[in-house]
Every structure is written in C-alpha cells, then in structure tokens.
Design a protein around this ligand. Structure first.
Ligand code: DC
Length: 225
C-alpha cells in the first residue's frame, strides 16, 4: 500500500532544487509547485507597476491585483500573472535582482503561503522553495534541505541562462547568488533555515540521477511508493 505525501524541498538559490523536485514529481505522478516562481512573478508585478516596497497600502493593493496560476504541462513551470505567461521573464536579471526584497515583505509571504497551503491540501505534491518545510508544510512527511558549493551553483546558473542572456557574466551571477543567500538567510520573515527534521542533501558532486535516487529511497521508506 502506498500513501500520498507532501514532499518539501528547501535550500539555497541555484542548488538544483527545481531539477530534483520536477524529476521526483514526474516519477511519483505528483503535482510540482515551484514556489520561487510565485515570488518572482510578484516581483515582476512590483517592478512593472513601481510598487513602493515601503508603502504597506501599496503592497496590499498590489496583492489584491495579482492573480497567479500554474499551468502544469510536462512538469516545467508555466506561470501566468494576470493571465499573461511570464515564465521566461521572471528568470531574467531585473527580476532576480528585485525578488529578495519583495519576498522579504510579510504581506507578500502571508499571501503566498496561504495559496501554497491550499495547493497542498490534497497531498500528492512536491514543492520547492525556502520555507516549505518550516512555514508552508511544517508537517510534510519528507523534507529535504539542499545545499552545494556556491561556485558550482553559479556555474550551473550561468550555463542555464547564458544562451538567452549572453551579456551576463559568471561574476555577476556569483554575486547575485551570494547576495540572495545573504538576504534569504538573514531576513526577519521566514528566513531560510533547515527544518530540524529535514534531511540534508549536498549535491556538489552528485549527478541529477543520484539525487533523484536519494529522494526516491526516502519516499519509498515513508510512503511505500
Ligand atoms: O528559487 P528561486 O531562486 O526561483 O526563488 C526566487 C526568490 O524567491 C529567492 O530569492 C527567495 C525567494 N523565495 C522565498 O523567499 N520563499 C520561497 N518559498 C521561494 C522563494
């Protein structure tokens, strides 16, 4: 007998969380939710509409006007912001540079966590982010906390975005990652921290297949899949 579970995957930026989460969801026939894409889409809205992140009324007003939806085709992240497909735009540097500031806002986090918890009601879900095992699903059956050498993470992200953004240098990406690590771990609202019951997965020297096997072995032990 197998049971349906929530799998929470947290960790630093560009650690391969989404690669593992997608592969795991596909294998288990679970829903995959990229919670970072939600914060990125909110950051894009803030950028486009010049929302002042120090003005609480403006933030609340903006949140009322933001409608996010995932369209899960082929386990890739397809997200719409007010019915516009923004999956590509949210990966570009302007959003990457803005998203830490926006995701640190308590109003934004409150709203995103509410939506994420709703998505997890029927279990069968793999969600990745920074606070999934601590704030969104503190009772998740399986929590994985991912980490890897920052230089390796920068190189991976560089290889990923270099084709579409050839002007971006490895140094810029490294700095952006270091900056986001700092912001993510030191912010007042739900900082990135390993849940006490999370299993650490350092994937500096692991292939995606080895990481998937690591996770599948844990799921098997818990849920009998
Ligand atoms: O995973 P990512 O790099 O796409 O996430 C984008 C940003 O959103 C990242 O700087 C941290 C933030 N984030 C968060 O605060 N909480 C989450 N659950 C997911 C992402």
């Amino acid at each position: 007998m197998s049971k349906n579970i929530v799998v929470a995957i947290d960790g630093y930026s560009s650690c391969g969380k989404s690669t593992l989460a997608k592969a795991l969801a596909k294998k288990l026939h679970y829903i995959y939710v990229d919670s970072g894409a939600m914060y990125r889409a909110v950051a894009l809205y803030f950028l486009r509409n010049n929302v002042d992140t120090k003005n609480h009324e403006q933030i609340e007003e903006a949140l009322k006007n933001i409608h996010l939806n995932f369209h899960s085709r082929d386990y890739e992240t397809h997200i719409t912001l007010n019915d516009e497909e923004v999956s590509e735009e949210i990966r570009q540097m302007p959003v990457s540079e803005k998203v830490s500031e926006v995701s640190a806002l308590k109003e934004v986090r409150r709203e995103m966590v509410k939506q994420q918890q709703r998505m997890g009601q029927s279990k069968n879900i793999v969600m990745d982010g920074r606070d999934i095992g601590t704030a969104v699903f503190p009772d998740a059956s399986l929590k994985i906390f991912m980490t890897a050498d920052p230089a390796v993470r920068a190189k991976r992200r560089y290889d990923e975005i270099h084709v579409k953004s050839p002007d971006v240098t490895l140094e810029e990406i490294f700095e952006n990652i270091a900056h986001r690590d700092y912001q993510d771990t030191t912010r007042a609202e739900s900082p990135l921290v390993r849940a006490q019951d999370a299993i650490v997965l350092d994937n500096t020297d692991l292939t995606p297949e080895q990481q998937l096997q690591f996770a599948l072995d844990r799921v098997e032990a818990i849920a009998g899949h």
